[in-house]
Design a protein around this ligand. Structure first.
Ligand code: NAP
Length: 309
């Protein structure tokens, strides 16, 4: 069994994901030292107030010195800049990983800067919320959630096993795939749902005919389920769209075709087609619950909360 403990971990980026990792590392005692760096002085100060690490520095270069494990948790569009800054200061033999939501682009941005004597292993924990920043993170965020690795062809198996064991210690379930496949899968399970949510919430916001107060007032009839996704961090999602362009456009084309089919069925009163689709989609929800990826409570278990208000 690979050793999940590290002498020194460097966390570059300490938002929702970075700070959740920090909380787990601290809670589980997975490192002697946790060095945190982030772009702004304000976030760095907040990380220190929350005691997320053992030391706090302003530059990625300073954070990675002597670190055995480096985890980059910044918006995917900032990956190259961070890689360039830290590369000359990485400890030989260090494992360098990331948590970015797109993989081919992150690899293209980071790999060329990685010295040959470190192990660069791209990763992506499929866990998160619509909140961002160091206050949004929490211990246990990764428990029961998948973490996908997209190792490069020459990845050292021992380093990969160690990184997998680390994420398993955080409660993650582990999978491995090539970066292009990851980007395609994520385009449908994550990126498209967010884009659809941003779009529908944007449309409702534009519809002055239905007053905005009515959109808010009657939102529990369905609209509010989209608003959670559409409240996600604009920087992160701008970068995801720009850095997984091809897979997202491919899925959007497919989605538009299927939407046209639905539109036609509604126009021509083809109830059977509608019924068949709505039955098939219900089964998808059941499968998600069976796979332990959501709870079986009606309306995501919000009923108790609704009746209090
Ligand atoms: P977040 O809460 O917004 O935190 C972002 C962190 O990156 C902060 O420390 C921020 O620093 C720093 N940062 C922002 N812009 C930067 C730039 N241009 N250069 C250097 N650092 C920058 O974001 P997050 O939700 O933790 O997401 C981090 C990564 O995890 C992203 O790549 C995202 O795709 C991936 N991810 C997110 C989720 C999710 O649900 N949120 C799930 C899985 C993976 P300052 O605050 O100091 O500016």
């Amino acid at each position: 069994m690979a050793d999940v403990h590290f002498d020194r971990i460097a966390l570059i980026g300490i938002g929702l994901i970075g700070s959740s990792i920090a909380r787990d590392v601290k809670g589980l005692g997975l490192a002697k030292d946790v060095v945190i760096s982030t772009r702004s002085a304000e976030t760095l100060r907040r990380a220190e107030e929350l005691a997320l690490g053992t030391s706090y520095v302003s530059s990625p270069a300073d954070s990675v010195r002597d670190a055995d494990l480096v985890i980059v948790s910044v918006p995917v569009g900032a990956s190259e800049d961070v890689a360039k800054q830290m590369a000359p200061h990485l400890k030989p033999g260090a494992i360098v990983t990331d948590v970015g939501s797109t993989k081919a682009s992150v690899i293209a941005q980071m790999q060329p800067h990685m010295p040959s004597n470190v192990h660069f292993i791209p990763g992506h924990p499929l866990a998160g919320t619509e909140k961002s920043g160091p206050d949004a993170g929490f211990a246990g965020l990764f428990r029961g959630r998948w973490c996908i690795f997209t190792p490069l062809p020459d990845t050292d198996p021992a380093a990969l096993s160690r990184l997998k064991a680390f994420w398993e210690a955080l409660g993650s379930r582990i999978d491995e795939m090539d970066p292009q496949h990851h980007d395609k899968v994520l385009a449908i399970v994550s990126h498209l749902p967010h884009i659809i949510a941003y779009n529908i919430v944007g449309t409702a916001d534009d519809l002055e005919a239905v007053t905005q107060s009515e959109v808010i007032k009657y939102s529990a009839s369905g609209f509010r389920d989209f608003t959670r996704l559409a409240a996600s961090d604009p920087t992160m999602w701008r970068d995801v769209c720009l850095h997984n362009k091809d897979a997202i456009l491919e899925m959007l084309a497919r989605f538009s075709e299927d939407l046209a089919y639905l539109q036609r069925a509604i126009r021509w009163g083809e109830g059977d087609k509608l019924f068949d689709l709505f039955t098939r989609t219900r089964d998808v929800r059941r499968s998600i619950i069976q796979a332990g990826q959501d709870v079986d409570a009606p309306d995501f278990g919000r009923h108790a909360l609704d009746t209090k208000t």
